[in-house]
Design a protein around this ligand. Structure first.
Ligand code: UFG
Length: 350
């Protein structure tokens, strides 16, 4: 996509964690990020780099109006539900928002002649499958989602691919591994409600703002018995979206690309890194496995380099944890804003 002539990009879910970081990256590279978000899990305070439109991903009229008003030429689509556990309890909701919502968006794009899409997919499409615990995952690996959440991401990919072929859209689905960290500015960061992710929970435990961490399972077939994940700095992830937007793709092309580092880190390693960075050990206990957790999810990241000319630059576990810690000590929004004392964290000496 040409930055000079087609700068307006609709960022659905742009008030959320990865969406907000991507809006910032777009702005810094000369695009106008038009954030479209229903603010159910996103934050208005996270929209700082372009216009904001309040709307739901299943609202065809509102999507069309946003594209029309702002002269949108491409879409980065983050809007969706992400909590794996909730997807087991409410698969209907996940199919409605993640799959029917994506169908609605594609219809409006087709009506408006918007021909380029970057889709927020997930390593959850892989599950464990028949893979060995220490094998990295190339894009063509077996797809065996372990949750309805993963099912909806895979189904949406299939639908996008079919519509690329049928209608000449070109699209990249980015399969994220474990997004973590925060923008070094301190203006935006991770704020999920409820928070279920390892790094923010480990930091909250270390800072005394949360419950002690429970390590889910120590008997996996991995080097130290805890799960291996591929943590990717959210700023690197944001850069991958811009690279996908600008990738030279033929009309009708669909590409699915892993976004990870190729390096697995165990839960124990992450807990130790957080303890070192925070200057105090993470209070934790050892618990049972969490349902649906594959022992290992580590990307084979070669396709991203080849197709997108993208490689991570800020994703050492130390840099990720340092940036996450800066944010968690002084978040600008989210329930983490208040510690157990009810004061803003910025007023609490830690
Ligand atoms: N973990 C703990 N204790 C916690 C939270 C997490 O031990 O309190 C462990 C998990 O068992 C896992 C690792 O830390 O081994 C990472 O867990 P996260 O919840 O931070 O991340 P997940 O790997 O579960 O989730 C990621 C993405 C999801 C995606 C999923 C696919 O965030 O969007 O991978 O498996 F669906």
């Amino acid at each position: 996509m040409d930055r000079g002539t087609t700068p307006a990009v609709l960022v659905t879910g742009g008030a959320g964690y990865i969406g907000a970081h991507t809006a910032k990256a777009l702005h810094e590279l000369g695009f106008v990020p038009v954030v479209y978000d229903n603010l159910i899990s996103g934050f208005r305070e996270a929209v700082r780099w372009g216009p904001f439109v309040h709307g739901d991903i299943r609202d065809r009229a509102a999507l069309g109006e946003a594209m029309e008003t702002h002269g949108v030429k491409a879409v980065i689509h983050f809007a969706g539900l992400i909590e794996v556990g909730r997807s087991v309890a409410r698969p209907d909701l996940f199919w409605d928002v993640n799959v029917a919502g994506t169908t609605c968006l594609l219809t409006v794009m087709r009506e408006r002649g918007v021909g380029r899409l970057v889709f927020s997919s997930s390593a959850a499409v892989y599950g464990q499958g028949g893979r060995g615990a220490l094998e990295t995952i190339p894009e063509h690996a077996e797809k065996a989602p372990a949750s309805p959440y993963g099912d909806t991401k895979l189904a949406a990919e299939w639908m996008i691919q079919a519509q690329c072929r049928a209608y000449g859209l070109s699209a990249v689905a980015l399969r994220y591994f474990n997004a973590a960290g925060a923008d070094p500015s301190g203006l935006i960061g991770e704020a999920h409600e409820p928070e279920t992710h390892l790094i923010p929970l480990a930091i909250a435990a270390a800072l005394g703002d949360g419950k002690p961490l429970t390590v889910f399972g120590q008997d996996f077939d991995t080097p130290d018995g805890t799960c291996l994940r591929d943590y990717i700095h959210v700023s690197d992830l944001a850069a991958a979206h811009v690279a996908a937007l600008e990738a030279d793709l033929p009309v009708g092309a669909f590409e699915a690309v892993n976004v990870g580092t190729g390096q697995g880190r165990s839960v124990t390693e992450v807990v130790e890194t957080v303890g070192r960075a925070a200057g105090r050990a993470v209070p934790h206990s050892l618990g049972a496995r969490r349902a649906g957790d594959p022992p290992s999810l580590v990307a084979d990241p070669r396709r991203a380099l080849e197709l997108l000319r993208w490689a991570p630059r800020h994703s050492s576990i130390d840099e990720i944890v340092a940036d996450a810690l800066r944010w968690e000590r002084n978040p600008c929004y989210g329930s983490g804003l208040r510690g157990s004392t009810g004061r803003r964290k910025s007023q609490i000496v830690v």
